[in-house]
Design a protein around this ligand. Structure first.
Ligand code: PLP
Length: 408
């Protein structure tokens, strides 16, 4: 008899976006005449930048002749992309990350989900609440939790976000070996200051812990005081891993390309206290279970760092940031307390009412899809997340409909 991994039976309900999709499909079936505006799932709407498209086409053309054909590529990614990443995303900010520290992949979802595999099932985990659900679910699947208790699991340390701490919980009172942080944050849109990140790095150094830093929304940071990378914080290269993605930066959600930074200085331990290079461990895992991102996609990703690519990407992000500022303004004018919307494509709105109730009400009255905050954790109850990934026209229309619906 083939037996299942019973940790899967602990997982609660369906994945948040599956439930939203089910409700939206049902609404559309019952109201085929309604033009639904989707501001729920954080998927981009604008096409790939021109520079990426051209490089993508060129990459495909190279596959057409024997002389330039590419088969299996290096599992870590082609040197041309890793070098461009290291120079533009890190060295240009005075951070000494090299191409060797970069692992190119097909998504930050897989990387943030897979990375925990390297650690003992007894490792204690600190997870923000509210949170991008992948960190939680993958640790449950791996057996690091007890059973589900309401919206939570036994055995995890929840880092509670609130308006009091600006949705940037600190390490005070935390006991954890593996710490998940995400800034700019999904779902709250909050960003962490240098001092706040330094507290976490100091904690990790003092406690021989590791920070898994998800910077999937780094490109949205415009405030010069906000760090773009955890590696801008002194000491972080010894105790942190960073996840980046081209999904939201350059419209690669469907094209798929991301990367993880594992610095060579990062050390972890076995049960007897022997030291291991985290980079070597991740290299072993990555090259065993992953066979590289396709060549044309890596060419397209590298084009983000060309002169025209940089301008086009900035234009893309500016477009979404303008949407975010409109949403933020409208929700504040309507009297709601909001987080995010600046340095982030997400606006986190305190409605003071049950999240799914607000979701259902807005869907039914305004035909707009939002994301219920409670889907991101217990601390998200009472909030909704509005995504700025849409056309300006849709954002304007959605905001008119939402503010009208909230008035009634
Ligand atoms: N990390 C966060 C915080 C996200 O919000 C998302 C996607 O929404 C991802 C990672 C996944 O990114 P990717 O498309 O690279 O898998």
């Amino acid at each position: 008899m083939i037996q299942i991994n019973e940790n899967y039976t602990k997982l609660q309900a369906s994945y948040l976006f599956v439930e939203i999709a089910r409700k939206v499909a049902e609404f559309q079936k019952n109201h085929p005449e309604k033009d639904i505006i989707k501001m729920g799932i954080g998927d981009v709407t604008k096409p790939l930048p021109e520079a990426c498209l051209k490089a993508f086409h060129d990459g495909v053309d190279e596959l057409a002749s024997e002389a330039s054909f590419k088969g299996y590529g290096p599992e870590k990614g082609y040197e041309f992309l890793r070098q461009a990443i290291a120079e533009n995303d890190f060295q240009s900010r005075g951070v000494s990350i090299t191409a060797n520290d970069i692992f190119v992949s097909d998504g930050a979802k897989c990387d943030t989900g897979n990375f925990q595999e390297l650690f003992s099932t007894s490792a204690s985990i600190a997870i923000p609440d509210p949170v991008y659900p992948v960190y939680v679910d993958t640790n449950v699947m791996a057996g690091r939790s007890g059973k589900a208790m309401g919206a939570r699991y036994e055995g995890f340390n929840y880092l509670e976000g609130s308006e009091e701490n600006g949705f940037v919980p600190g390490p005070k009172g935390v006991k954890a070996d593996l710490i998940y942080l995400c800034y700019p944050n999904n779902p709250t849109g909050a960003v962490a200051s240098r001092a706040q990140l330094q507290e976490w790095v100091d904690y990790a150094i003092a406690n021989k812990a590791l920070i898994l830093f998800d910077a999937a929304y780094e490109a949205f940071i415009r405030d010069p005081e906000i760090p773009h990378s955890i590696f801008e914080i002194p000491g972080a290269e010894k105790v942190a891993v960073e996840f980046r993605s081209f999904s939201k930066t350059a419209g690669f959600t469907g094209t798929r390309c991301a990367y993880t930074v594992v610095p060579s200085a990062c050390i972890v331990w076995d049960s007897e206290g022997n030291e291991y290079s985290l980079q070597n461990l991740w290299n072993r895992r990555h090259s065993t279970k992953f066979n590289g991102v396709s060549y044309p996609v890596q060419k397209a990703a590298a084009a983000i760092y060309s002169e025209e690519g940089k301008i086009q990407v900035r234009g893309l992000i500016d477009y979404y940031l303008n949407n975010a500022s409109i949403i933020l303004k409208k929700m504040k004018e309507a009297g709601y307390s909001c987080t995010g919307g600046v340095n982030s494509p997400y606006i986190w709105v305190n409605t003071g009412k049950d999240s799914w109730e607000t979701f259902d009400m807005i869907l039914n009255k305004a035909a707009v899809v939002l994301t219920p905050g409670s889907g991101f954790g217990q601390c998200g109850e009472g909030y909704i997340r509005i995504s700025a990934f849409n056309s300006l026209e849709n954002v304007m229309q959605a905001m008119d409909r939402i503010t009208q619906a909230l008035k009634n």
